[in-house]
Write a protein that binds this ligand. Structure first.
Ligand SMILES: Cc1cc2nc3c(=O)[nH]c(=O)nc-3n(C[C@H](O)[C@H](O)[C@H](O)COP(=O)(O)O)c2cc1C
Length: 178
């Protein structure tokens, strides 16, 4: 087992955890939840991969990243979201959030899906409200048309191969496959 790398994830409905598990198998390293990571001494790890998810344009619990990996050079962020990877708003949101933290690290966005069954009640209600809103008024612009089409039902678009650029970056410093 690679004891230099640690994966720390925050997940509510399981997608970020699934990506963390795939990463831990591919990189042969440990994956632990953010809550359990906060109780441990993480100083021995040379690289920490911090995973979380997008909610209404915000990366959940991102502020805790500096507590988990204070050194920019040792830290990589991955963020899951329902929107496809070509949805620029998510990249802008992640980029801006990191800028606001003054934390200059490499990040990767991974499309996941939606799981209405596993959502907390409050979040399920938020999504239902968004669905109703998009139903009663004509969607404005490409983004709203895309959102209307993906938000209706649970779906799973997570793919193990989406991790390849990140795994190459972690292992070689380059996203390209050698
Ligand atoms: C209330 C709510 C808001 C969401 N907002 C966004 C969003 O702004 N952008 C996006 O791409 N996905 C959004 N999603 C989808 C989640 O980011 C996606 O399902 C994520 O993978 C959940 O991670 P988890 O399964 O690890 O909890 C939202 C989900 C919920 C429940």
């Amino acid at each position: 087992m690679n004891k230099d790398i640690l994966i720390v994830y925050h997940s509510e409905t399981g997608f970020t955890e699934k990506y963390a598990r795939w990463l831990s198998e591919d990189l042969d390293c440990l994956a632990i939840s953010l809550d359990s990571a906060k109780k441990q001494n993480l100083k021995e790890y040379k690289k920490i991969l911090f995973g979380s998810w997008m909610m209404a344009g915000e990366v959940q619990r991102l502020k805790e990243i500096q507590e988990i990996c204070p050194d920019e050079d040792n830290c990589v962020l991955f963020v899951t979201g329902a929107a496809p990877a070509n949805f620029a708003d998510n990249f802008t949101a992640i980029h801006t959030a990191l800028q606001n933290l003054d934390f200059d690290i490499k990040y990767f966005y991974l499309q996941s899906g939606l799981n209405y069954q596993k959502m907390k009640f409050r979040n399920r209600m938020v999504m239902r409200m968004m669905n109703i809103m998009l139903k009663i008024r004509k969607p404005v612009g490409e983004n709203e048309i895309m959102l209307k089409s993906i938000l209706k039902n649970s779906f799973d678009n997570s793919r193990r191969e989406y991790l390849v650029p990140m795994e190459n970056y972690v292992l070689t410093g380059s996203e390209e496959q050698k």
